[in-house]
Design a protein. Structure first.
Length: 455
């Protein structure tokens, strides 16, 4: 084996991990639906398509540009239609870095990086291999309220020729009926979801796939395929089927889940005037109070406790731009559902770009750039690893703001957050515990991880 391939983490080389790349099966569940089931680190994840068959000749699955990529390249069914750094490393090993995801245009830290050898590719694609990050090149708006004062740039192209390079994970292309904003910074969000997804597909073909102007028919087929997918964790290695013994989890309930923009809005914006309920998930009540020392009982009880914690643990939310400031409340006594309020899905049901501190200088890792931004009026400065929504709106108040991701199929697509800064779900829980002083003990953290893994 090439010495450079041996430098990858051993987990990427294991036979078991390579088996995870294969589909367990694709079948027709009924005359109107079809199913894909995949292994993931904690069990299996199931996708139900509302189409009677998943046509792999659809433009979603076939290259539309010049570099061999298709939508499925970065929206992988093996990663619940997102990306997993583990799978990306496996793809590197299997192809010696020639898989279509490895393209300099945005897979490399800089588009001009050397990719002439396997060793060079390991360096050029390090952010993609380690964190599943794609480079996004954006311009500072002409009327921006800020300017870039300086950049600490480990990659050599964070700010060049007016283009700001930031690094973000592809979002999953499943459960899209529940979306209210498209892209982490909402830049593809239009008047309605179909228009938003059409714009996203259009720009992805021109950019990520380096293609020509796509036809309306191609875009319509891509959007129809994406909109047909519903995905969720299906089974757990220890708990078994997640709809057993009275539990009701899995992908099937999502097909009939009620949703409209603003449903259960924690800020009082439900268009039907309904009050917010922090009970976001209600799948595992039947497993509450299970007794028994066997692995199945212990895991099921842990998942049920985690669901209860997610729904009911109250903590003080402070310093969140887009939340505390817009409500005029310095402290909000909230729960996880305050920001993850969509029933059964866990994203925010209305557009809510917020800054929870993920891009603060204190959270920056050495592999990401650090921008010093200066307010053009006050002269104030702030440091961030990604200006977020501010690169779209130009507003000082939008620095570091992003939308929240959906909480389904999480086990299939580590790492987490827009910048891959949380390697595991425990890291996610630890971040929130530290950020909001939740006071979680070890068992509570384990229970929350078990629950999040079951979604």
């Amino acid at each position: 084996m090439n010495k450079h391939l041996r430098a990858l983490p051993a987990v990427a080389l294991g036979i078991v991990c390579c088996l995870a790349l294969g589909l367990i099966g694709v079948r027709a569940d009924s005359p109107t639906t079809s199913t894909i089931v995949n292994y993931d680190p904690t069990g299996t994840v199931r996708t139900i398509s509302t189409l009677p068959a998943i046509d792999t000749t659809n433009p979603f699955f076939t290259p539309q540009g010049t570099n061999g990529r298709a939508c499925v390249t970065c929206h992988d069914p093996n990663a619940a239609w997102g990306v997993s750094a583990q799978h990306i490393r496996q793809r590197f090993v299997a192809s010696a870095g020639t898989d279509p995801i490895f393209r300099p245009v945005d897979g490399a830290t800089c588009p001009g990086d050397d990719v002439s050898s396997v060793g060079a590719k390991l360096h050029a694609y390090s952010l993609l291999l380690n964190k599943g990050l794609i480079r996004v090149g954006l311009q500072v708006p002409a009327n921006a309220e800020f300017s870039i004062a300086s950049v600490d740039d480990p990659n050599g192209c964070a700010y060049s020729d007016g283009t700001v390079s930031v690094y973000r994970r592809p979002l999953p292309s499943t459960n899209l009926r529940f979306q209210t904003a498209v892209m982490w910074d909402g830049r593809e969000t239009k008047d309605n979801l179909v228009d938003s997804l059409t714009s996203q597909a259009h720009d992805a073909i021109l950019g990520h796939q380096q293609g020509a102007e796509p036809s309306d028919a191609v875009l319509q087929q891509i959007v129809a395929m994406e909109m047909s997918f519903y995905s969720a964790q299906d089974s757990d290695h220890f708990a078994g089927p997640l709809n057993a013994n009275g539990a009701t989890a899995g992908a099937l309930p999502l097909l009939s889940q009620t949703f409209y923009p603003g449903i259960n809005d924690a800020l009082g914006g439900d268009p039907n005037g309904l009050a917010f309920s922090p009970k976001i998930f209600s799948y595992y009540g039947a497993w509450s109070g299970i007794e028994g020392h066997d692995a199945v009982s212990a895991r099921r009880a842990s998942i049920a406790r985690g669901e209860a914690l997610f729904n009911s643990r109250v903590f003080s939310i402070t310093g969140v731009a887009g939340l505390n400031d817009v409500t005029g409340q310095k402290e909000i006594a909230g729960t996880c559902g305050t920001c993850h309020d969509t029933p059964a899905v866990g994203n925010h049901s209305a557009k809510l770009p917020i800054d929870i501190g993920l891009t603060d200088a204190s959270q920056r890792t050495p592999d990401l750039p650090l921008f010093t931004l200066r307010n053009n009026v006050t002269g104030a400065t702030v440091q961030t690893s990604d200006p977020g929504l501010a690169l779209i709106t130009g507003k000082w108040a939008d620095i570091g703001k992003f939308k929240g991701a959906m909480l389904r199929g999480l086990s299939s697509r580590a790492p987490y957050f827009h910048n891959g800064s949380a390697a595991t779900l425990l890291d996610v829980v630890n971040f929130y515990d530290n950020r909001f002083h939740m006071g979680l003990n070890r068992q509570e953290k384990a229970d929350l991880v078990a629950f999040l893994s079951s979604l």
